[in-house]
Design a protein around this ligand. Structure first.
Ligand code: NAD
Length: 477
């Protein structure tokens, strides 16, 4: 793992980072300084909200076509800066340029902007008969407060920004304290085409997020992050009866049925679990496999996993990277250690480099597959959010479904089978916002996405997502 060819500075970075002061952001793969992130004060936040509030009526007064055109122009601006953004993202977040990682994330920003610009948002005629007529219109809400996590910082920001702007709202966005530069870079590029003050980034930590949540001039919070933080936001938002979209934590189950073909599904199973080195909300975090196929699925997964290089993100060969921060690395290490101590069988990995354990170098955790683990082991029932997959053996499918549904969270889930009819029957019994069949975590800007149970509420994407950032307004006569 060398960093010989790593560009030490990019011009985008020079524009967005603090000229002096600020907080050092370290590359999670190398410990090198990526840049210095500015930190907003409460006064800065209040000023940003005031500017976004002042800009909102003018933005809402533009035609819908105009706003859609500007989202398309924003997509073009990202394309023009794509590699610069991907390098910044890779260095700050840790994810490799290649594979379903940094370049893929920047590409997703472009795709989501274009798709969001294209969805129809006409008034709905609800009643039109001899009794009268009722139309449902969708108005802007005002200023949207967006708060995001560190795992997909650019893409999730776009998920919040694009529908909000399309509906005539303005946005104040607070990135995660771990990945502020990625979001500042993205916002900088978007602001080369957007009207002044319709999109303002306010970097800071939880206290700035809390103030944004309580701010009387913020109409709605779109939050993506952990369930514990989500609960604090729900409580704080009650003071001003704020609208909320909550995309929270998950612990997605995948269930393999006994008619699946292990060799055919192994690579998709792997990426379903290890996309972004496992640091994905809707990644598969526990896999239930029938006794009859257990050894074959385990073996096939080991073979795929062994072919996936992990290392510094800017090295083109790598498709897996470090865990983004030490706190998350400690969670992963604690859960794998607990699994080992319980007698579970480590098929691959589970042995972090002693230098890393001692806190030196990057936060790498080896790709880890854990077999013969109890369904109630902490590695199964807690969200590991790292490059580790527990594989649970089952003999009774109904029991596997019960176990899959047994947690408080329910973001995604998946069923793997050669028989679509059987897979659909199992899918219908799973408690989750999405159940994929023979894939996992595949999001699409046209298809609504959201959580069940403590994974949150509200939908993103498509026309459903546009409605969520609007005030419904019935006009009836
Ligand atoms: P986190 O909850 O620690 O932080 C998320 C954001 O909330 C950060 O910007 C943080 O600064 C801010 N914050 C912290 N305290 C706050 C407060 N009191 N008020 C307002 N804002 C506050 O989450 P994270 O560790 O950055 O992200 C990982 C988690 O996010 C995982 O649980 C993952 O499953 C979840 N996630 C969910 C989705 C989804 O779509 N459902 C997508 C990505 C990640």
């Amino acid at each position: 793992m060398t960093t010989q060819n790593v560009p030490q500075k990019v011009s985008l970075l020079e524009r967005i980072q603090s000229a002096s002061g600020g907080r050092e952001i370290l590359d999670p793969a190398t410990g090198e300084v990526v840049g210095r992130a500015p930190e907003a004060t409460e006064k800065d936040l209040d000023a940003a909200v005031a500017r976004a509030k002042a800009a909102q009526p003018g933005w809402a007064a533009r035609s819908d076509d105009d706003r859609a055109g500007l989202l398309n122009a924003a997509a073009e601006a990202i394309e023009a800066h794509a590699e610069e953004l991907a390098v910044l993202l890779s260095r700050e977040q840790g994810k490799p340029l290649n594979g379903p990682n940094a370049r893929f994330e920047v590409g997703a920003c472009v795709a989501w902007l274009r798709a969001t610009a294209s969805f129809p948002m006409d008034p709905e005629v609800i009643v039109d008969d001899e009794s009268g007529r009722a139309e449902l219109h969708h108005r802007p809400l005002g200023v949207i407060g967006a708060i995001g996590p560190w795992n997909w910082p650019m893409m999730i920001s776009i998920w919040q920004i694009a529908p909000s702007l399309r509906m005539g709202n303005t946005v104040v966005i607070k990135p995660s304290g771990y990945t502020p530069l990625s979001v500042l870079g993205l916002v900088d590029v978007l602001n080369t085409v957007l009207d002044a003050d319709v999109l303002i980034a306010v970097p800071g930590r939880g206290d700035i997020g809390d103030r944004l949540t309580r701010h009387p001039d913020i109409a709605k919070i779109m939050f993506t992050g952990s369930t514990p933080t989500g609960k604090k936001i729900i409580a704080a938002a009650s003071e001003t009866v704020k609208r909320l979209t909550m995309e929270l934590g998950g612990n997605d189950a995948g269930i393999v049925l006994d008619d699946a073909d292990p060799a055919a599904i192994a690579e998709d199973l792997f990426w379903g679990a290890f996309i972004n080195t496992g640091q994905t909300c809707a990644a598969m975090k526990r896999l239930y496999v029938p006794d009859a196929l257990y050894d074959q699925v385990c073996q096939a997964l080991v073979e795929v996993a062994q072919q996936m290089p992990m290392g510094v993100g800017l090295e083109e060969a790598n498709v897996l990277g470090p865990v983004q921060n030490r706190a998350q690395w400690e969670i992963v290490d604690r859960l794998v250690t607990a699994a080992k101590e319980s007698g579970a069988r480590i098929l691959l990995g589970g042995d972090p480099d002693p230098q890393v354990v001692a806190g030196r170098g990057g936060h790498f955790y080896p790709t880890t597959l854990v077999a013969d683990i109890d369904p109630d082991n902490p590695l199964v029932v807690e969200e590991q959010f790292g490059p580790v997959l527990p594989i649970i053996r089952y003999t009774d499918l109904d029991q596997a479904i019960t176990d899959a549904n047994s947690l408080e969270v329910g973001l995604g889930s998946s069923v793997w089978s050669s028989d679509l009819g059987r897979a659909r029957a199992v899918a219908a019994q799973l408690e989750a916002g999405t159940t994929w069949i023979n894939k996992h975590g595949a999001v699409d800007p046209r298809v609504p996405f959201g959580g069940a149970k403590e994974s949150g509420f509200g939908l993103e994407f498509g026309t459903h997502g546009l409605r969520e950032v609007s005030q419904p307004h019935v006009i009836s006569w």
